[in-house]
Ligand binder design. Structure first.
Ligand SMILES: Cc1ncc(COP(=O)(O)O)c(C=O)c1O
Length: 353
């Protein structure tokens, strides 16, 4: 399963010959970077990383579980959330058991299911860009079971599926069906309708939630994420893990978790401020966009966006790749306020032609 960056590199943006001061707003990374406490812990750990240090991991995984009030046996830690997502798709779909999701959404699970020869059912988003939970249930019923994947907030639309809709979905899950909720961006959401699916896991429902340290924690290159799920599933699939994460990354994550409340509060506030500034700018110019709940915004360019997107890097800014079927939309990650000033200039130049 490829993370966002690998997909980003497939986009129209070619890195060869690019300006060294290119502003990369294509992979939903967090310019706040690695938290200081995590950096210090990782530096301290490096000299002892010549050993596997397997004996340390039980305690580290327990810390990660505790941070979300989960029993340790409910948590599967992996290389980013990509690894647990990969394991969920591989273990819970089959040649007769489809992956059922929305379009557009994060491609990782869909591409993996296709590569494995598993059927994929794509349903349309509703007009408000939420997942059509009734449709998803209908499709799972028709297939006599499957894996329903919802990214919440959704990538690339930055929209949400409400807690009420998730409640309905969980209460109406057909037999042999698991709900997989990808919460990579949940910490950035401000809508009162946004709710984590972790309570369903704690209640023993047929739900898996994935989280990552790549986004609000700013540790994408360190590759740590986890799934929260039933103890039975975690136990059954643990041997499917390919990457045991590095002790350096693991110690970094534990240090970040020790300062979790501050990190989450400060980073969310700072990103939301920059996001609000961008939205205000778009509104002033009567440019359409999807109301964002993650650290990126989908902007309506008013034309097919493919060429628009490929013009931007020439002006020093790399936005996200095209996301069909939203052919007129450009996705931009919220960078620093300087990054966004450069983005606005470049966007306006291309928009005006
Ligand atoms: C929605 C979503 N899920 C999962 C991932 C995987 O990222 P990671 O493996 O770094 O957690 C990404 C990457 O951008 C993403 O956008």
């Amino acid at each position: 399963m490829l993370p966002e960056m690998a997909y980003a590199q497939r986009a129209a943006v070619k890195t060869a010959g690019m300006a060294s001061d290119m502003v990369w707003l294509n992979a939903n990374e967090n310019p706040a970077g690695i938290p200081q406490a995590a950096l210090a812990a990782m530096k301290e750990t490096l000299p002892t990383a010549w050993r596997y240090r397997y004996q340390d991991f039980g305690g580290i995984y327990a810390e990660i579980a505790k941070s979300e009030d989960l029993a340790p046996e409910l948590v599967l830690v992996g290389a980013g959330s990509s690894e647990p997502l990969h394991i969920a798709v591989e273990s819970l779909t089959s040649p007769t058991r489809p992956l059922i999701t929305v379009t557009p959404t994060y491609e990782g699970p869909v591409e993996l299911a296709r590569a494995l020869g598993r059927p994929v059912v794509l349903t349309k988003l509703r007009p408000d860009y939420s997942a059509d939970v009734q449709k998803l249930v209908e499709e799972a019923g028709r297939a006599r079971g499957g894996l329903i994947y919802i990214c919440n907030p959704n990538n690339p639309t930055s929209s949400i599926t409400s807690g009420k809709d998730l409640d309905w979905l969980v209460a109406n899950l057909p037999a042999n069906t698991t709900l997989l909720v990808d919460e990579a961006y949940i910490h950035f959401g401000e809508s009162p309708d946004l709710a984590s699916a972790l309570p369903y896991v704690r209640q023993g429902k047929n739900v898996i939630v994935t989280r990552t340290f790549s986004k609000i924690y700013g540790m994408a290159g360190m590759r740590v994420g986890f799934a929260a799920a039933s103890a039975e599933w975690v136990d059954r699939v643990a041997p499917m893990r390919i990457n045991v994460i590095s002790i350096v990354s693991a110690k970094g994550v534990v240090a970040a978790l020790a300062d979790r409340e501050n990190i989450l509060r400060e980073r969310k506030a700072s990103m939301a401020k920059t996001r609000r500034e961008l939205c205000a700018w778009l509104k002033e110019r009567e440019l359409g966009y999807i109301e964002p709940q993650a650290n990126f915004v989908m902007i309506d360019t008013g034309r097919n966006a493919r060429e628009f997107i490929s013009e931007m890097p020439k002006l020093g800014v790399a936005p996200g790749r095209p996301f069909p079927p939203l052919d007129n939309m450009l996705r931009v990650t919220i960078g620093t306020s300087q990054d966004m000033a450069k983005f606005r200039d470049a966007f306006w130049k291309v928009y005006k032609g």
